[in-house]
Design a protein around this ligand. Sequence first.
Ligand code: NAP
Length: 295
Amino acid sequence: MKYLGVIGGPGKKSLSPAFQQAALDHLQLDIVYEAWPTPPEGLEVRVGGLRAQAVLGANVTIPHKEAILPMMDELDDVVRRVGAVNTVVNREGRLCAYNTDVAGFLRALREAGQFDPAGRRAIIAGAGGAARAVVTALIEAGAASVTVINRTFARATKLVQEMRPPAGATELHALPDAYISWASAAMGADLLVNCTSVGSGSRAARKQASEEANSPVPADVIRSGVLVYDLIYRPAETPLMRAAHNRGARVLGGLPMLIYQGAESFGLWTGRAAPVEVMFEAARKALAASEGASA
Ligand code: NAP
């Protein structure tokens, strides 16, 4: 028997155990995928445990994606560019770090969103770990421009400075989170990606705030020609997605990215192609059960 798991903060319920286990069982692999809740002060000990022979690796999620970096033995190129890790592979006691969010985001954008980012203009809401993966992906895919808007402006400017692509490639800008920024950036944009956590959480928590307060973007700047891509997958439809739909824009939720990043990790650990349809079905079931429980 071998083991995999997801290392996240205590109390953060991940969908990965549900859909990864379904995929492992589908291929009849003798591997168990567990939830490994870990407080920041326990991260080093948890990472030490990944070197055990029976452990194939792990996923890493909020709040450990950046903190785990110095504990790794080898960093993949994408990890160096993004500055965050979401997948660890244990190769005979050496811990190799990957970031499959980049590939997962692009595959979801192209396959589920039917959108090719080459030569297009994008706005990113947020400047955390997910935003760094998304900006990396859009630069790699040849987007014409990427504008990052974040509540903490200094974090957006830092992201843009650190990721500045070679001359002639994607233009990168940072703007403060103000109505005027949204209005001007939205004018020429083809794609708007929500990389903030605004609009996520349990049904009870969402009920306490207004629909407008639960969206990171002022509704009236959204134009009908834009694809609005919300990385949030719980709930399946966020206030931003509803507002975008009402404005005539196309929308894409976070579930395809979650599955495709997981499928990429699955391939790294097992060497097998992930059964993505099995993963989608298991994730939808687990989501429906968790929404029902929080009602
Ligand atoms: P993170 O590093 O903690 O960043 C959170 C971002 O949200 C920051 O930009 C933060 O702004 C912003 N934010 C939080 N609360 C806000 C508020 N009330 N108003 C305005 N902005 C606010 O988290 P992350 O790893 O980037 O993840 C962000 C979201 O993406 C999460 O919901 C996560 O579940 C989702 N995600 C989905 C996938 C997928 O596969 N679908 C993958 C990765 C992440 P400040 O900088 O001002 O704090």
